[in-house]
Ligand binder design. Structure first.
Ligand SMILES: Cc1cc2nc3c(=O)[nH]c(=O)nc-3n(C[C@H](O)[C@H](O)[C@H](O)COP(=O)(O)OP(=O)(O)OC[C@H]3O[C@@H](n4cnc5c(N)ncnc54)[C@H](O)[C@@H]3O)c2cc1C
Length: 462
């Protein structure tokens, strides 16, 4: 690029060099294109580039280095730390990389990095196959997979990365590589948990698992410490087919919930059984016996029906979040969870436990860059709200205090649940030192100048 031209003209020229679309601030779709899922990240990038293929990505990376523009990479736009955008950055938006090639008999799929969890799930479940993502349809497979991926199949099939066979990635030098267990094996290790530090992934190859039958849905209880501790103990000891994400939250005003319960706190346990419907009923029976459920919506049906859907753009909220892995969740933790949930002033909050174990724990802690394999629980607090800086400060305080009250010490943080309020120490909280040092060496090999730094950053080091 000729730096004598104003940056606006250079951006215009970039548009003529690629197959995708460059969206600068004066473009009619700029405001829609710069929007991400969390309302507080209201940034104004220099331009958003919707790439059409890996060659486009290489051209944009080359352009960014020639013009010294910082690079942000975005797939589904759900980063809880706001990493998929930044003021003044060149945003590489991969959402048009949305092709999926399914080999149903070989039980694998190559999925474009711009696809959402819901899109991939709906495509593969038509073949009676599945790969586990998280709890929400709109979350991008790229950000979720690169951080680990904890969802409704975590005990049955492990994290999303445990079903990852290969990636196609464009590195800082513009090389288009396939990384798997045999090619660029250290890079492949780092990509399974190390986030967006190593390049722009254009495609993911997943192992697919047979899912002939699935039973899932919410079991809703009064939010008492005894029920919650009882739930955690049962879920910890349940067969691996059963995974659960459970939370204290205000009940939403939807027709399936009695009107008198709307807005009241309840313990909502999202139950997911991957297997035979009769076995599902047997596995769910002890949970149903914890107390009379306020609602019991578990049913046999498509896996994708369990996903949370994104609110419409005009109802997006600001989100404060904190999480921590934990080894125990007993009655004391349950009491603290109930007290914390009751003290939240946000209109919507989730005081959440994810029960791990099973296939998640069967993988060695150093086999991937996600190192929290021995943790049995993950505790998270989310507040969703609107308002000014004072509201943000109050909700950041709530998530922080709530986490300290329930898990005063713990086994680190999930990189995909780091919020802006976690501050610059995110990588230290998310990765034990041996993992961090190994990630830094991979970073030195593939991104020595730290081009990919708008993320939970790993600095290159020998
Ligand atoms: C409503 C909601 C529900 C969630 N539920 C779960 C859950 O159940 N389980 C779970 O594990 N996580 C969950 N998450 C966290 C989620 O996994 C992370 O926020 C993830 O980073 C989002 O991915 P994305 O592609 O949508 O985000 P983006 O903002 O698009 O990307 C996030 C970051 O990922 C990296 N990245 C994105 N695309 C690429 C690419 N193509 N190549 C290289 N790097 C890339 C970049 O560093 C980018 O900044 C949830 C988040 C939200 C907001």
């Amino acid at each position: 690029m000729d730096k004598r031209f104003p940056i606006e003209d250079q951006i215009e020229m970039l548009g003529s060099m690629i197959r995708g679309t460059v969206i600068p601030p004066h473009h009619s779709s700029y405001d829609a294109a710069r929007m991400v899922a969390l309302a507080q990240f209201d940034c104004r990038p220099t331009a958003i580039v919707r790439v059409a293929n890996a060659a486009d990505v290489a051209a944009v990376l080359n352009f960014a280095q020639a013009t010294d523009l910082p690079v942000a990479v975005r797939s589904g736009g759900h980063s809880t730390g706001g990493h998929g955008t930044a003021d003044g950055a060149l945003v590489i938006d991969v959402r048009d990389l949305n092709r999926i090639d399914i080999d149903a008999s070989g039980r694998t799929a190559w999925a474009g990095a711009g696809m959402t969890s819901g899109e991939v799930t709906r495509a593969v479940e038509q073949y009676g196959l599945i790969v586990g993502f998280g709890d929400s349809a709109g979350v991008g497979i790229a950000g979720l997979t690169l951080g680990g991926g904890i969802g409704y199949l975590v005990r049955k099939h492990g994290l999303t990365i445990d079903s990852l066979l290969a990636v196609e990635i464009v590195t800082a030098s513009g090389d288009i590589l396939i990384a798997d267990e045999h090619h660029h094996a250290e890079l492949f290790w780092a990509l399974r948990g190390g986030g967006g530090n190593f390049g722009v992934v254009t495609r993911f190859k997943y192992k697919l698992h047979p899912l002939p039958s699935f039973t899932g849905g919410p079991l809703v209880f009064p939010p008492t410490p005894e029920i919650i501790a009882g739930f955690a103990a049962l879920a910890d000891a349940a067969p691996n087919e059963l995974s659960a994400i459970a939370m204290i939250m205000p009940l939403p005003p939807i027709p399936t919930i009695p009107v008198q319960a709307h807005g009241k706190l309840a313990f909502v346990a999202m139950m997911a059984y991957a297997g035979d419907p009769d076995a599902a009923q047997q596995a769910l029976a002890p949970f149903r016996a914890l107390a009379t459920p306020l609602a019991d919506k578990g049913a046999t049906g498509p896996y994708s029906s369990l996903y949370m859907l994104d609110p419409p753009p005009e109802m997006r909220a600001m989100v404060s979040i904190r999480s921590r892995f934990a080894d125990r969740f007993g009655i004391e933790e349950a009491r603290a969870l109930v007290a914390a949930a009751a003290s939240c002033s946000a209109p919507m909050s989730m005081s959440q436990i994810r029960v791990l174990g099973g296939a998640h724990t069967a993988v060695a802690a150093n086999a991937t860059a996600f190192a929290h394999r021995n943790s049995r629980f993950m505790v998270s607090f989310l507040a969703m709200y609107g308002g000014g800086p004072d509201v943000v400060a109050a909700q950041e305080r709530w998530v922080s205090d709530a986490l300290k009250a329930v898990t005063p010490s713990g086994d680190g943080t999930y990189v995909n649940f780091l919020g802006a309020g976690d501050g610059p120490g995110g990588a230290a909280a998310a990765y034990p030192s041996a993992t961090r040092e190994r990630l830094a060496r991979v970073k030195l090999s593939y991104d020595p100048d730290n081009l990919f730094r708008l993320n939970t950053n790993i600095r290159p080091a020998a």
